[in-house]
Ligand binder design. Sequence first.
Ligand code: DON
Length: 571
Amino acid sequence: MQKKQTLSAFLCFALLLSLVITPANQAASRAPVRGKHGMVSSVSEIASQVGVDILKRGGNAVDAAVAVGLALAVVWPEAGNLGGGGFMMIRRNDGKAVAVDYREMAPAAAHRNVYLDSKGEYIKDSSLIGHKASGVPGTVAGFAMALEKYGTMKWADVVEPARKLAADGFPVWYSLENSLKGAGKNLALFPESNRIFLRNGKPYEDGEIFQQPELASTLDRLSKEGPREFYEGRTARLIADTMKANANGWITMDDLKNYQAKEREPLRTNYRGYDIITMPPPSSGGIALIEMLNILSRYDLKSMGFNSSRELHVKVEAMRRAFADRSEFLGDADFVKVPVAGLISKKYADTVAASIKLTQASSSEKIKHGKPTAYESTETTHFTVVDKDGNVVTNTYTLNGSFGSFVTVEGAGFLLNNEMDDFAAKPGSPNMYGLIQSEQNAVAARKRPLSAMTPTIVLKDGKLWFALGSPGGPTIINTVLQTLINVIDHGMTIQQAVDAPRIHHQWMPDQIRYEPMGIVADVKDKLQALGHKFTDRPGYMGDCEAIMIEDKTGVRLGASDPRRGGKSVGY
Ligand code: DON
């Protein structure tokens, strides 16, 4: 009897211990989606499935990524797009990495003061709502460049799944229903947007089939005539006509014809032994990410503990400094000199970090940008694809705000971006995201607005380990930073790292943003005692879509962010 009791006590103890210490119980996250061959993580299960179908047909990660991007233009109209732009980071299994920059360009009619009145004041909403908020779209040119140089399939074959989704329709899901309703007031300002996206006042609900015949025709033309059709054919004409009728020809046939996607050399750094490959200008994301990693590498974040007051304090101080530099130095490097090498050097991080005190918060008023060495660039969506050969694509693209400028191109069925708001419409004054920016990012004809989009790849021993990215305006950079640190410093699984609560600080305003239930009260108290200030309106940030390669098996682990209901699909 005695023996039996001892045995059962032992078994109970062993069970309890195993519950406490097995990795699956380190935090209450789902297991990532597993796929032996390929994986797609995106905000939409339909789009992820489109990508996996392409992979199963023998397409590579770039073929699948282009098909996913075009499918998202149909099923996630708030950010997936033909009328916007973005960045695609590609790393082939032979080690070659490139960044395809298909960011929008300002039309020829744009100039520094285009959004200011005669007194030099910003004209409310002028860079946010309506036809003049749009830059020249880059998505079609970027996808075509990526496919031609790094894909294997024909353009028409990767366009077809999107065309079919637009023609046959797809069931609206809850997130889409919500965002359509949320944007109702602004979409209703434009008759074509009101008709297509709000069904003239009767918005689509969860489960209803949403067909987009005009968009299907546009995709059909693109499929048959090739990507230049968008810039020189009937689609270009429809964009130019919409602009002529409503905005004095803000975007012209010439602007469209002259649009150029560009291949750029990614930025690289090493963080605690892992190689990081990330986005150069015209994104600010890669530079700020590297500057923060360089600063944080001075601290033992692991022993400080995840989201402890000490760890949060140094993260916030790193964010404060990198965003102060962003504000001062960054812009389109094709137009202005950006001290890239200086900002991402480890030596520079040492000088910047010297002002961090562990016992006191800095004040953003007093933290100005640093002095890097001499000169030598609310709604987005991210998806990541890994194929059977280990090629990876990590792509963030956007219309900027949810549903962009709210303007639909008449007869073409797609929305246009409001990316012009990413310029400093009035240098020194905050934009939609509260970001203050300098003359470096002032408006100019054919210039690209500064972005925060940060598609990023992490290598272990020279091989792909994980890839990630997120929407969220300026919070993108900090979402990528924290997810990366969660894996590398805190040893989280990729899904735990994506799920974990996030914070954000962007120098100005001098406050910590955090997620509901994201910081426990006594940690907040300690940070306040150090002098940190908090927003009084916590809210969720980002939608990180990531894929990791499992160490021993090579299985692809898909981690989609619970915040927007995305889904990884693998095979
Ligand atoms: O390029 C940028 O930084 C912004 N246009 C991104 C906007 C965004 O992420 C909004 N998403 N929630």
